[in-house]
Structures are given as C-alpha cells and as structure tokens.
Design a protein around this ligand. Sequence first.
Ligand code: UDP
Ligand code: MG
Length: 316
Amino acid sequence: MHARLFMIIPCYNEEKVLPLTARMFLEELEDLIAKGKISGDSRILFVNDGSRDGTWGIIQELARNESHFIGLSLSRNRGHQNALLTGLMEVREMADITISLDCDGQDDIHAVEAMVDAWQNGSEVVYGVRSSRDTDTFFKRFTAEAFYKLLNNMGVEAVYNHADYRLISGRVLREFAGFKEVNLFLRGMVPLVGFPSSCVYYERHERLAGESHYPLSKMLGLAVDGITSLSIRPIRLITGLGLGVSVLSFLGVLWAVVSQLTGHAVTGWASTVCLVCFMGGVQLVCLGVLGEYIGKIYLEVKARPRYIVSERTWEE
Ligand code: UDP
Ligand code: MG
C-alpha cells in the first residue's frame, strides 16, 4: 500500500535556513517515493507562522517551482504549537500519515524513514526521541530533565526526551480533531488519543542557520502551560499544603495558649514576623497557581479560533 505522507514544517522568520533545509526535506521525500514506501503525491507543507522576514516569499517560490512543496500562511504569529496544529488540521482528510518537524534541520531527517517503517508495522503514532543530549549545554540538559520529571510527577503522560518530531497517522489526526482546547501542548495531548505507538531514536543536530526562538522565558512558559493544561495535580497539592499548614497552625495555637496559661508568654516579635511572612508567601503562591487555572478556563470559555489561515499555495 502506498501511503500519502505530509511533512508539516512550521516556519517563523526562517529565511536564512529554509533554502538549505527545503532541499534536504525534498531529497528525503523523493528517496522514500523512489523506494516505494510512500505515494508520489506526498507533500511537504510549510506553515508560515506570521514571519516578519522573507519566509513566506521563499515558500511561495518553492511551491511554484516544485509540486511536492505546498505552503500556507497564518494571519499572524501564533507560536510553534498553533502553527503545527494548523498544518495537521489542514491535511487531516488528505493524509495517510503526517510527520511534523522543525524547519531548522535540528531534527535528523533520516529518522523519517524509520518512522514510516514503524507505521507500516502497525504504529499509529511514532515519537521521535533524542538518543542523547551531548550537544546540549549542562544547563539545558539539567532543565530539560527536570521538566520531563516534573511533567510525569504531575500526571502528564509525555514521552521522555520527545519534543514535536513525530509521525501521526491520518486516523489518529481525525480523532485528535475532537480535542478542541485552545491551550495547546501537543506532546502531552497526542498520547491521550491512544492507539498503538512506538519510538524512533535520533541524534539532534545544531541549528543549520538562524537563531532559536525558544529562550529560557518561553521554555518556562511552555512548561507551565504543559502542566496546567493537562493536569490538575497542582491544585490538589495546594489543598494538601493547606491542610498541612492548618495542622501546624492548630499546634501553634495550642502552644500559644499553653504558654500563656503557664505564664511563659514572651513578647515574640521574631516568631510573629516569621509566621506572617511564611503564610503570606504560601498564600501568594497558591493564589498564583489557582490564577493560572482560572486564566486557562477564561481562554477556553472564549473558545476563539486557534488559527486563522490567510493564504494557501494550493486550491482547496
Ligand atoms: N516556530 C514557529 N513559531 C514561533 C516560533 C518558532 O513556527 O513563534 C518554529 C520555528 O520556525 C522552528 C520550530 O518552530 O521550525 C522550532 O523553533 P526553534 O528552532 O526556534 O526552537 P528550538 O529548536 O531552539 O527549541
Ligand atoms: Mg530549533
């Protein structure tokens, strides 16, 4: 059976690297077609995420000159997760399989073939997993590890060292379309759909050109979103913490009363300040966590469109 493959590639201000990697993607696609693993009408879809540079012009040019390339443009920058979702949702009725990958060449293109093979062997979702983090700095390695551990402890089912390089079958995508949330954390949501899955290991390279769009602040944001979109365990933890602090407070009250009655009461300035500071800190953190969830509910209730496509290089 010849499967129709769509490679989905989100691009944001990637004019430096796109001409290099587009050729790489095409070579891989043609190789797979020649080997008879995918059908000749497979496509490489670039999703322009509201770039401010010449990225969309390059994509249009690519699509004009080579029929395997297609592109669509979002009406504005919506971020990596939304751009990826747009691509996936756009092709879900046409595709037998989709593979999402970054446009900077960091995701080893050779894993694509292994993913297609895994799909042939019955996996509906194939996760690309980094085999090592040798190319990362110590800081990046440490924070990434802490991130996955935290996710798992919070009850989010995410595959260790897997980002957004993955194969998703058309069948899973059509089910996934029913997940309507606007707070997106795709790597945590895809496992919720179920169906057989497997992993393919690959080495992650350095970016070929241009700069990363994920500084520390954005990574922290993604981590908070990932946890709060998919787990309510932090709220439970707050309840537990509240109970613990209540018990301690009760003991404190007992202690104060006994001290008073036995005439040992000291004018304890230090202990009062400590208690006030501690309670104030705990309460603010708890309020912050609750606020994070209320903010999410607010966004979900409004149910705004998750993406708006402004242009396509193909006829619908
Ligand atoms: N990206 C996007 N929208 C954004 C930021 C990034 O579509 O607002 C794309 C970007 O073009 C790339 C992928 O998401 O294809 C991953 O981004 P990047 O390489 O900057 O992140 P890193 O690999 O450093 O985590
Ligand atoms: Mg990158």
